[in-house]
Design a protein around this ligand. Structure first.
Ligand code: 2HA
Ligand code: ZN
Length: 271
């Protein structure tokens, strides 16, 4: 059996968490990540019959029975995961009843998986249907993305078109646009269901006056979506209040879509 602390699915996660902490995306215990793992891969490091604990998730996910995830711990700080993975992360498997999580490793001090487990697992179910290779759901609190939801109307067309207009790369990276939820209480099954509903058509979902969800096939892809949204939001605020005299027009966006062969939200343009 190999040492779990050397497993790429642990080291890549903790390095990503340090990076996100240093970017200011994950203050205190802000943010959470879950990654779907391959059972054969995990079996190189852990005895899959050795269940350390069972945890009630509070919702049913029959689609995920037997699936194994590495998840951040509830109340844990992103900044601490790299030096203390065993207390800050957990590896869980959804048991046969679809509602119990079996702890295979981590959360060593008796911790629980992220408070946003409903949003993560419900989003995994939906994203896997949209893209069988999707493995990552990532949530964090990047400043300008969050601030954008204070000042723009909370509709997907307005927010997506604003972000597309802020820099050339936006429509290339997220041609499918950005889903938006109104302000809601976090950590609940209700916000989990609402997030998953948006994830049927979007890989990115904003939670108004809270933060952002990104999904992807690996950590880089989910993070890349989030940092691109954040960069566009930075452009928005760097130019807010100044006379804006140059613009990316709807015609420019159509030209980009043609050049990069993008399957984009045409209804978000006014052509
Ligand atoms: O884990 O970010 O949304 C803390 C949060 C809750
Ligand atoms: Zn949050």
């Amino acid at each position: 059996m190999k040492d779990i602390l050397t497993a790429p699915f642990v080291t890549e996660m903790t390095r990503m968490m340090s990076n996100m902490y240093r970017l200011g995306y994950d203050e205190r215990n802000g943010g959470n990540i879950s990654v779907l793992l391959d059972a054969d891969d995990v079996a190189k490091y852990l005895n899959l019959d050795d269940v350390q604990d069972t945890i009630h998730t509070g919702f049913e996910a029959p689609e995920l029975v037997g699936r194994i995830f590495i998840v951040t711990g509830s109340g844990k700080y992103f900044k601490n995961a790299e030096t203390d993975p065993e207390n800050n992360l957990g590896i869980i498997r959804i048991a046969g009843d679809g509602t119990t999580a079996e702890l295979l490793w981590g959360l060593a001090d008796g911790g629980r998986p992220t408070s946003e487990l409903p949003a993560h697992l419900m989003s995994h179910i939906v994203r896997m249907k949209a893209d069988p290779q999707n493995r990552v759901i990532m949530h964090c609190h990047p400043d300008r993305t969050l601030a954008l939801t204070h000042v723009l109307p909370l509709d997907e067309k307005t927010i997506t078109r604003t972000l597309w207009g802020m820099m050339t790369e936006s429509i290339v990276v997220f041609p499918d646009g950005v889903g938006v939820l109104p302000w809601m209480v976090c950590g609940t099954n209700e916000i989990g269901r609402a997030t998953a509903e948006k994830m049927k058509q979007y890989r990115i979902v904003l939670w108004a006056i809270h933060g952002i969800y990104g999904s992807g096939r690996d950590l880089d892809e989910a993070f890349g979506l989030i940092e691109t949204v954040e960069k566009a939001a930075i452009q928005y605020f760097l130019t807010a209040g100044l006379p804006r005299v140059n613009f990316i027009t709807d015609e420019n966006l159509v030209d980009l879509a043609k050049a990069f062969k993008l399957d984009y939200r045409k209804d978000f343009l006014d052509l």
